[in-house]
Design a protein around this ligand. Structure first.
Ligand code: DC
Length: 212
């Protein structure tokens, strides 16, 4: 039996990893998991219960109790939930509670594309191909700004830039599974690429890894 093909995609907020992961999964016939949604669902459940993201035990209890309906909550993409997600993602017990699900997802044939912060380093260190997706700060702020503006015309660009920097700091500096490039990950800079260009370039790199 051939081992499942696993593609790990890590990188900071708004670098383009989600779009790339979805595209790769579709083109390669693999399943896709946006692991950030697990942290967002944990945070949303906690907030819905009136809990405090500063309470590590309450956050871990929510992560352990997570059920599929939590992933259907309609507020998961909201900034407030994203901020709380970044906070609860720093707790080791929360990360531990979400690990088995992610590994099981990766292990099912024919394989998966999983995007997040620690997929290539912690969740799937043996992934077939790893990407570390980046883009320069201005490009990421612009992308996030345009995305938020679609929902809220009054969104402030400086605020978006400050929030992005704060999220980067939190995700990179935490002690457990911080965002960092795995040694064997391909550094993939999308600053000068649109989504289609990034997808085609990534497909070529995957092909090169699979057929050296
Ligand atoms: O990718 P995102 O913005 O939806 O993720 C929300 C938060 O979850 C992010 O700030 C960091 C955290 N996260 C994580 O710690 N590890 C992952 N594998 C995915 C997300």
């Amino acid at each position: 039996m051939t081992a499942p093909l696993v593609i790990a995609i890590d990188g900071p907020t708004a670098a383009g990893k989600g779009t790339l992961a979805r595209g790769l999964a579709e083109r390669l016939g693999l399943r896709h998991l946006d692991s950030g949604m697990l942290y967002r669902a944990t945070a949303a459940r906690l907030l819905a219960e009136g809990g405090d993201p500063a309470d590590a035990d309450a956050a871990a209890a929510c992560a352990r109790a997570l059920d599929p309906r939590d992933l259907d909550r309609d507020n998961l993409r909201q900034e407030a939930v994203g901020k709380a997600a970044s906070k609860v993602a720093a707790y080791p017990d929360v990360r531990q509670a979400l690990l088995a699900f992610q590994r099981a997802f990766a292990g099912e044939p024919p394989g998966a594309v999983i995007d997040g912060r620690d997929i290539g380093t912690v969740v799937c260190p043996d992934a077939t191909v790893k990407f570390f997706v980046t883009a320069d700060q201005d490009a990421r702020v612009e992308r996030r700004y345009l995305e938020l503006k679609e929902r809220d015309a009054g969104v402030d660009r400086d605020r978006v830039a400050a929030d992005l920097a704060a999220r980067d700091h939190q995700d990179t500096e935490r002690a457990t599974a911080p965002l960092r490039r795995a040694e064997d990950a391909i550094l993939f800079d999308t600053s000068a690429m649109d989504a289609d260009q990034a997808l085609e370039a990534a497909l070529t790199l995957v092909d090169q890894r699979l057929n050296p």
